[in-house]
Write a protein that binds this ligand. Structure first.
Ligand SMILES: NC(=O)c1ccc[n+]([C@@H]2O[C@H](COP(=O)([O-])OP(=O)(O)OC[C@H]3O[C@@H](n4cnc5c(N)ncnc54)[C@H](OP(=O)(O)O)[C@@H]3O)[C@@H](O)[C@H]2O)c1
Length: 263
């Protein structure tokens, strides 16, 4: 099936590793023009080198922190300067730290709100004028399956992601008349650096090994394994593509069936 992604201009933030990088890789393979981003310049350069190795890759890298107030305007200005337009925006960032009620100060909550909610809002607001000029405009927010079922010891993510999903669903209605599709993917456990770090934290806390913690988590899934980044990436690639032109306002859980609820 042709996904009609060739030469589409796509910004994906938080994409020097993990789910963002896997998605960038898939989109480059589909012939899209990709703008990747991350804070650590070395990691971003390494990611760009890997993507450049894909035949006919068209990739630029823009370093920066999505939680900074002025980042969204800067990145969109740079994209307008380089390409004159933007077809697809994928908003992503690293997740907030693990912890419970007594673990975080107001300042830490505010930092988490900046990276996990306001980053999406600011990027969408800044990119809207360019997206309005595209013939196939689309926005995808990357959130978490925690929106459906809170995860233990993840109070920041469990609380703040709900706002991002609320924003996504609201914008599907507000921007739909302009032809802009707005969806979210709610990933479940998928094997990235973040998850390796979270499993290490659990292993230290429970006096177990990281392998044991992976097995325990995998056992909870009907598929008896956690996901692979490329499994997430294939779904994201389809969802943002013009081939999914009638999918709007969807909060798509990609968790291997871990969430046992009816909806
Ligand atoms: N993997 C899962 O199982 C899972 C499940 C549910 C939800 N999620 C959520 O999905 C998102 C992606 O997860 P992941 O597992 O791919 O995370 P990851 O392995 O930690 O990768 C995060 C990527 O985003 C970049 N990044 C982090 N903070 C950033 C910031 N403030 N500004 C710009 N770039 C930033 C990182 O590079 P730098 O550090 O160099 O900036 C890295 O490239 C996270 O929000 C995560 O909480 C993941």
């Amino acid at each position: 099936m042709d996904l009609f992604l060739k030469d589409k201009i796509i910004l994906i933030t938080g994409s020097s590793s993990g789910l963002g990088f896997a998605t960038a890789q898939q989109l480059v393979q589909e012939g899209a023009i990709i703008i990747i981003n991350g804070r650590d310049k070395k990691r971003l350069t390494d990611a760009k080198e890997k993507l450049d190795a894909i035949p006919n890759a068209q990739v630029i890298a823009i370093a920066g922190d999505v939680s900074a107030v002025d980042f969204a305007a800067k990145v969109v200005n740079e994209i307008e300067y380089h390409f004159g337009g933007l077809d697809i925006l994928i908003t992503n960032a690293g997740g907030p730290p693990a912890g419970s009620l007594d673990d975080f100060s107001d300042e830490e909550w505010q930092n988490a709100i900046n990276s996990t909610f306001l980053s999406h809002l600011r990027l969408i607001r800044a990119a809207k004028p360019l997206l309005m000029k595209s013939t196939t405009p689309c926005i995808l927010t990357i959130t978490s399956a925690a929106v459906k079922q809170p995860m233990p010891n993840m109070i920041l993510s469990n609380s703040i992601r709900a706002a991002t999903v609320g924003l996504t669903k609201t914008l599907a209605n507000e921007l739909g008349p302009a032809g802009i599709r707005v969806n979210s993917i709610l990933p479940g456990w998928t094997d990235t650096e973040r998850v390796q770090h979270l499993m290490q934290t659990r292993a230290t806390k429970n006096n177990t090994s990281i392998d044991e913690e992976y097995h325990k988590q995998a056992f909870e899934s009907p598929l008896k394994r956690i996901g692979k980044p490329e499994e997430f990436a294939r779904v994201a690639t389809f969802l943002v593509s013009p081939a999914a032109s009638y999918i709007n306002g969807v909060m798509l859980v990609v968790d291997g069936g871990l969430n046992k609820g009816l909806l």
